[in-house]
Design a protein. Structure first.
Length: 274
C-alpha cells in the first residue's frame, strides 16, 4: 500500500513541545500563541470560545487541535476545572506547509472516536502523570506520534472533504498525489498522472478537481512552489532549487513563482527574511 504521509513528512517535518499538564480552572485565554497547539482534555467540561461564538462544548475526554495560532478562550468550572495535557506544534515550512494549509482552523474529536490512537494516548497520560528521567523528551515525541496517527484517522475516516488530505483518502488519486510528492522533479503531465492513478485522463481530472478542489496541474505547481519556498529559506541557490522542483531553468521557475505568489523568488525571500 502506498505510504501517503512518508513524502509529506520527509519534506515538511513537524515538531511538538509539551507545555502544560494539569487542571485549568475558570477562564483561560490564549491570545499570543505563535504556533499551533494540541490540547488533550482528559476530564471535566470545557466551553471553547472563538471570539463571541461558543465553538465547542466538551463533555468527554477529547482532542482539540489548532494547526495555526488562533485566539480563543476556555471556560471551565471555577473550583474543579478540567484536566488538560497540551503541546505547541510547529510545522516545517510555515505557511508553505501543505498539511497546515489543508487542515481546518480547529478540530475537536472525542478520544473514543480515535481507536487507533488509544495506545499512544495511554502512554502520553502515563508519562504525564509520572516524572521519569527524560520526561519532557518522551512527551514531545509521543505528541508527534499522536499527530501522525491523527492524520491517518482523518484520512481513513474521510473527515476532510476537500483538499490534499481528501485526495489522499481516495484509493485512486492517492497514487498520483504521492507520485507528485515523491518525485516533483519529473515532467508530469495530466496524462502521466492519470496513468499513475490507473485512470483515463478525463475521469481522473474530474475526480481530482472534485476531491482536491483544483486541477492536477495547479496542485503540482502549488506543491513545487511550496518546496521552492522551503529550500530557498534553507539557503539553497535558485539554480539547484529550480532543477530539484522540476523546472528546466531559473527563468521558468521565476515565471511560475511570480504567477502563483505575485513576486519573484528573490523578492519573496527578501520579504520572508525581514
Amino acid at each position: 500500500m502506498t505510504d501517503r504521509l512518508a513524502a509529506l513528512f520527509s519534506h515538511f517535518s513537524l515538531k511538538a513541545s509539551s507545555f502544560n499538564s494539569g487542571p485549568l480552572c475558570g477562564l483561560n485565554e490564549i491570545e499570543n500563541s505563535t504556533q499551533g497547539q494540541l490540547h488533550l482534555i482528559r476530564s471535566g467540561n470545557v466551553e471553547v470560545w472563538h471570539g463571541r461564538r461558543k465553538k465547542y462544548f466538551i463533555e468527554e475526554p477529547s482532542l482539540l487541535f489548532y494547526p495555526k495560532p488562533l485566539r480563543r478562550r476556555f471556560q471551565t468550572n471555577e473550583e474543579f476545572g478540567a484536566e488538560f495535557l497540551c503541546a505547541n506544534v510547529s510545522f516545517e515550512g510555515e505557511q508553505a506547509n501543505p498539511i497546515v494549509n489543508e487542515l481546518p482552523e480547529s478540530l475537536c474529536l472525542p478520544l473514543s472516536s480515535l481507536p487507533h490512537c488509544e495506545q499512544v494516548l495511554t502512554l502520553l497520560f502515563i508519562e504525564a502523570d509520572a516524572c521519569y528521567c527524560g520526561h519532557q523528551v518522551v512527551l514531545d515525541r509521543l505528541f508527534e506520534v499522536l499527530l501522525v496517527q491523527l492524520l491517518r484517522e482523518l484520512m481513513e475516516n474521510e473527515e476532510i472533504k476537500v483538499g490534499m488530505l481528501a485526495g489522499l483518502s481516495d484509493k485512486r488519486l492517492r497514487r498520483a498525489i504521492v507520485a507528485i510528492h515523491d518525485r516533483p522533479e519529473e515532467e508530469w503531465t495530466v496524462q502521466t498522472l492519470a496513468e499513475e492513478a490507473h485512470m483515463s485522463r478525463t475521469p481522473f481530472t474530474n475526480l481530482f478537481r472534485e476531491k482536491v478542489g483544483e486541477t492536477p496541474v495547479k496542485y503540482l505547481q502549488r506543491w513545487r512552489i511550496g518546496l521552492v519556498k522551503k529550500w530557498l529559506k534553507g539557503g539553497q541557490p535558485l539554480r539547484l532549487v529550480a532543477e530539484d522542483a522540476g523546472y528546466k531553468s531559473e527563468s521558468a521557475l521565476s515565471r511560475a513563482f511570480k504567477s502563483q505568489c505575485g513576486v519573484s523568488p528573490r523578492e519573496w525571500l527578501l520579504n520572508a527574511n525581514e
